[in-house]
Structure formats: structure tokens, C-alpha cells
Design a binder for this molecule. Structure first.
Ligand code: PLP
Length: 423
């Protein structure tokens, strides 16, 4: 379909067929998982190269293996572009993914048993911000904040109360199900008062920040952690950014503290994604993500859906399905059959269990990368409404008929919006 898979086809037709099947899935379906996207063909190209054959433990100019004439240049380009796009003093582009990047922050700036603070996972935080089942919850004394019941927004009074009482070493701001702008200056003021290091985890919103569609934590957070594969639209990987004060500690924590050789093909892909993020067109992409999310939220609200916090400022919408009398999981499964891929999610103060919660999480990065706009967002809102109504009827025939009809309509729309890397 897209990539030349001739060699793969000859060596391993099973895997080649599966790659093609995934290409068809990503092409035909409407992907609404807010942490997912489509990378460009250029990023795909960079990631499938011989750069992956090289061991490069260390950093440019300070390696433990010879033969770094080319790799040093690749990594320096990625670092320089990260510094330019985000306006930071220092960038480390080696973390294998977002979770190891966060572990490196702990290793750099805290000791096991220290108090650390983050948003609780069921409130919209991330596992690595101190949730109990994560190493970060087991090895540190994690204290957790949440959102206000009445507004669905982060409770900054609670953040301050907990911070001044517990004096955490690290304070994480960021998460996986936060539909509103994160107030980095407010977090920074509290962190300063409590003597904490503020870590902005911008994994979800890095592309919005790079594209000017969300305020930047630079100048407020001492350390910034991000994945590169969500709204930033690069390969699966991560970066840590900071000012000179923490540069040495962060670098030492990533290597040799936590990792061995960096994945050089990924570093190249990150460099390409950052070059794309520096183009004027990227600002239009970031703006369209937010505009699309607002239209979709508006359409869903008009159809009677209860959106956590009442709407969205970013790429993400969290729907509480309680009023519809259905749970998140059966809805996510039905939507997938109808060609709309989302994920079930806890909502704040969810009375249901984490594996069978009340919420549905959707987002607009991938559809925006395909160039979809207001018409398609309103249509997606209507489809979600129809599928939820069919699930609520609790009748297999109704659900089958609805899912089949919507899937057909979805295919007609996706055919008109070729996806990057698949066209
Ligand atoms: C996605 C995410 C991570 C973890 O990234 P992985 O690459 O999945 O390990 C960390 N923090 C936040 C806020 C995230 O959204």
C-alpha cells in the first residue's frame, strides 16, 4: 500500500501481511484515541534505517564505542531542534519512552522513600506520577491530587494544601485525561512555596505547545518530560528538557543510570518530527486539533452528553456516560465495530471499577492530521450518539445493524481523507 515491503514480503510474508492489515485498519477507521496519531512518511523512513545497527552509549562527543562520526551528528541535530522548538537550554533525546523518561527524573532528583506528588491516575494523571501499582508508587511516598467535583478541573487549592503539608521533592503537572489548559504558572508558584521541583509532563500536549496552541511550561517547570509520539507526531520515544541547573543530573540518570544504548533510528525520527514541528504548517495543525475538539465537544454536549469539566481547551474530551445508562467499555467496543476507535476511561470520582469504568476518552490529533474539519467532527458526534443509543437499547440486532451502517459511512469519509504515511 505505502511502504515498499518487498524484502519483508519475501522473508516473512506473515508479518508483511499483518503490517498491511494494520495499514488498512489505520486508513479505514476513524482513530479517536487522544494519545495516538499518524507520523509522516519522512518520520517512518528515518525510523526504518541502518542507524539502528549502531551502539552509541554515551552522548555526542563522549561515547563508549568508536564509529560515531554520523550518529553524533544525528543526535546533535535532534537536540538542537528540540532546544529551538521548545525554547529550552538543555534536551536529552535518548529516553526510550515516556515512562522511562519519568523514571530518569526520579533517579536524577529524588531518593527512594522521598515524598513525591502527582495527579491520581483515576483523576486523569499518569501511572508514573506515583500511582500505587507503578514502581513510582511503590518506591516513593506518593501523595496525589485530583479535580474538583463541581468543576471537573484540577483543584489548585488542594494541590497547595497537600504540597505545603507534605513538602514533596517532586511535583508532577500533566496527565492522560485532562481536557483543560494546565496552569503551569500556578503550579510553579505552589512548587516554589513548598520547596518542590516542578516537573511538567507534557506527553499529551507537546505538539500543541510546539504549535502554539497550549501555553508552554518553559520558565515555570524546572524539568519538562514528554513523549514524542502523541500530538508531537514523531516516533515512539521521549525527551527530557531542563535548564543548565539540572542538565548533568538528568543526562546521568538517563545514561548510565537507567538505559544503555540509545535507539539511534528513533533519534533520527525525532529529529525529523522536530523539523516538521518548526514549519509554519505545524501551527495550523495544532490549531486545528483544538478547533476540532471544540466542535466535537459542542456537538456531543448538544446531544446531551456529560463532558468532564463541561468541554475542552485542548485535544481531548472525556465523556461520562452515566446519564446514558451505559458503561465505557461496551461503548468503546461497539464504536470500534462501527469504525470509530476510542478507549474506555475512568472519570473523576468514578463509582465503577477501573477495568469497567463510566467514561469514554476521545481526541482529535489523528483526525486533524488527516485534515478533517468541522463537518466531519459534527458527523463523528452524531455517530457516537447513534452507537451509544444502540448500546443502551441492549438488543444485539439493533447494535449489529447500527454498527454495520456506521462502519460503511465511516469508510466513505475516511476514503476522502488519506492519512499521512498511508497515502
Ligand atoms: C503517555 C504518557 C506517558 C508515558 O509514555 P509511554 O511512552 O507510554 O511510556 C507519561 N506521561 C504522560 C502524561 C503520558 O500521557
Amino acid at each position: 500500500m505505502t511502504h515498499d515491503l518487498a524484502a519483508l514480503q519475501a522473508t516473512d510474508p506473515q508479518i508483511a501481511d499483518l503490517v498491511r492489515a494494520e495499514e488498512v485498519r489505520q486508513s479505514e477507521k476513524i482513530r479517536l484515541i487522544p494519545s495516538e496519531n499518524y507520523v509522516s512518511q519522512a518520520v517512518l523512513d528515518a525510523c526504518g534505517t541502518v542507524l539502528q545497527n549502531k551502539y552509541s552509549e554515551g552522548y555526542p562527543g563522549r561515547r563508549y564505542y568508536e564509529g560515531q562520526q554520523v550518529i553524533d551528528q544525528v543526535e546533535r541535530l535532534a537536540i538542537d531542534r528540540a532546544k529551538a522548538v521548545f525554547g529550552v537550554d538543555h534536551a536529552n533525546v535518548q529516553p526510550y519512552s515516556g515512562s522511562p523518561a519519568n523514571l530518569a527524573v526520579y533517579l536524577a532528583l529524588a531518593k527512594p522513600g522521598d515524598t513525591i506528588m502527582g495527579m491520581a491516575l483515576p483523576m486523569g494523571g499518569h501511572l508514573t506520577h506515583g500511582w500505587s501499582v507503578s514502581a513510582t508508587g511503590a518506591w516513593f511516598n506518593a501523595v496525589q491530587y485530583g479535580v474538583r467535583r463541581d468543576t471537573g478541573r484540577i483543584d489548585m487549592d488542594e494541590v497547595r494544601d497537600i504540597a505545603l503539608r507534605e513538602r514533596p521533592k517532586l511535583m508532577f503537572a500533566g496527565g492522560t485525561a485532562i481536557p483543560r489548559i494546565i496552569d503551569f504558572p500556578a503550579f510553579a508558584a505552589i512548587a516554589k512555596e513548598a520547596g518542590s521541583v516542578l516537573v511538567a509532563d507534557i506527553a499529551h500536549i507537546a505538539g500543541l505547545i510546539a504549535g502554539g496552541a497550549h501555553p508552554s511550561p518553559v520558565g515555570h517547570a524546572e524539568v519538562i518530560s514528554t513523549t514524542t509520539h502523541k500530538t508531537l507526531r514523531g516516533p515512539r520515544g521521549a525527551m527530557l528538557m531542563c535548564d543548565e541547573r539540572h542538565a548533568k543530573a538528568i543526562d546521568k540518570a538517563v545514561f548510565p543510570g537507567l538505559q544503555g544504548g540509545p535507539h539511534n533510528q528513533t533519534t533520527a525520527g525525532i529529529a525529523v518530527a522536530l523539523r516538521e514541528a518548526a514549519e509554519p504548517a505545524f501551527r495550523g495543525y495544532a490549531a486545528s486539533i483544538v478547533a476540532n475538539a471544540k466542535v466535537l465537544a459542542d456537538e456531543l454536549s448538544a446531544r446531551g452528553f456529560d463532558l468532564v469539566s463541561g468541554g475542552t481547551d485542548n485535544h481531548l474530551i472525556l465523556i461520562d456516560l452515566t446519564p446514558q445508562g451505559v458503561a465505557g467499555k461496551p461503548v468503546a467496543q461497539a464504536l470500534d465495530r462501527a469504525g470509530l476507535v476510542a478507549n474506555y476511561n475512568t472519570v473523576p470520582f468514578d463509582p465503577r471499577k477501573p477495568f469497567d469504568p463510566s467514561g469514554l476518552r476521545i481526541g482529535t490529533p489523528a483526525v486533524s492530521s488527516r485534515g478533517m474539519g468541522e463537518t466531519e467532527m459534527r458527523q463523528i458526534g452524531a455517530w457516537i450518539d447513534e452507537v451509544v443509543a444502540a448500546v443502551a437499547k441492549n438488543d444485539d440486532d439493533t447494535l449489529n445493524a447500527t454498527a454495520e451502517r456506521v462502519l460503511g459511512e465511516v469508510r466513505e469519509v475516511t476514503a476522502k481523507f488519506p492519512a499521512p504515511g498511508l497515502s
